[in-house]
Design a protein around this ligand. Structure first.
Ligand code: C5P
Length: 233
């Protein structure tokens, strides 16, 4: 039996409304480079991938000018309405060249600060696991449950001991993830990450503890923070 290969999927079809920028957040620049290029290069250079599929927005006008567009390991496909649609579209495009049991690592385009050690721990922990899993960080702050008043008031303090923040990469078998996303989308089940689709299919993904500085650029102030973190890695 051949060993399952590792593929990278980058959903990059979002328009990043929360950034209020002129271009989608993955095309903002840090030290003169697109965030998307930093993200893709960091991941692809840190493990042995068979290839990478990037899901792009139909109105994307920046991709041809990226470093990644000239990288022979990287292919593109059309993204979809939601992140889950974009990931499913990338998996469908990959299934022409990849096997159902191959591993797929899905990583947000706007998470440029992934540490090589985290990627190594994720793949080493899960390589023989039947389901797969994701990088996640334990919740550090005290969590409050609110009512619906304006302004909201505290109803209770939530026990955070078993609460985690889901990060990416998330690592699952191509065929299982494809089926899980299709079923979740058909059922109208909200899918904000790959793990939630796999959970919906009745399986239990493994949480692999990752660094909390693997941030997703979401609001403008995150850009400077990402620059600082990258300078320390
Ligand atoms: O908007 P958010 O930060 O949750 O997006 C997470 C990732 O999913 C980003 O890399 C974004 O480009 C991608 N995405 C996508 N297709 C969509 C929406 C978001 O590929 N329709």
């Amino acid at each position: 039996m051949t060993h399952p290969r590792l593929w990278l999927v980058i959903p990059a079809a979002g328009i990043g409304q929360r950034m209020k920028a002129e271009c989608p957040k993955q095309y903002l620049r840090l030290n003169g480079r697109y965030i998307l290029d930093i993200t893709i290069a960091r991941v692809l250079d840190s493990a042995s991938f068979a290839g990478c599929m990037v899901a792009l927005n139909a109105r994307d006008q920046w991709w041809p000018g990226t470093e990644s567009a000239a990288d022979g390991r990287v292919r593109t496909c059309a993204g979809g309405k939601e992140r889950a649609d974009s990931v499913l579209s990338a998996l469908n495009a990959l299934s022409d060249v990849a096997g159902a049991d191959d591993w797929v690592l899905v990583h947000d385009a706007a998470r440029p600060c992934l540490h090589q050690d985290d990627l190594g721990r994720l793949t080493a922990t899960l390589k023989d696991h039947p389901v797969g899993g994701l990088l996640a960080a334990p919740v550090a702050d005290t969590l409050k449950q609110s009512d619906e008043a304006q302004p909201p008031a505290v109803v209770s303090t939530v026990d955070r001991r078993r609460l985690w923040r889901a990060l990416t990469p998330q690592m699952f078998r191509l065929g299982a993830l494809q089926q899980a996303l299709e079923s979740s989308l058909a059922a109208g089940h909200g899918v904000t990450d790959e793990s939630s689709a796999i959970e919906f299919s009745g399986k239990m993904p493994v949480l692999v503890e990752g660094r909390s500085d693997n941030i997703k650029i979401t609001v403008p102030s995150d850009l400077a923070l990402a620059g600082f973190i990258l300078g320390q890695l």
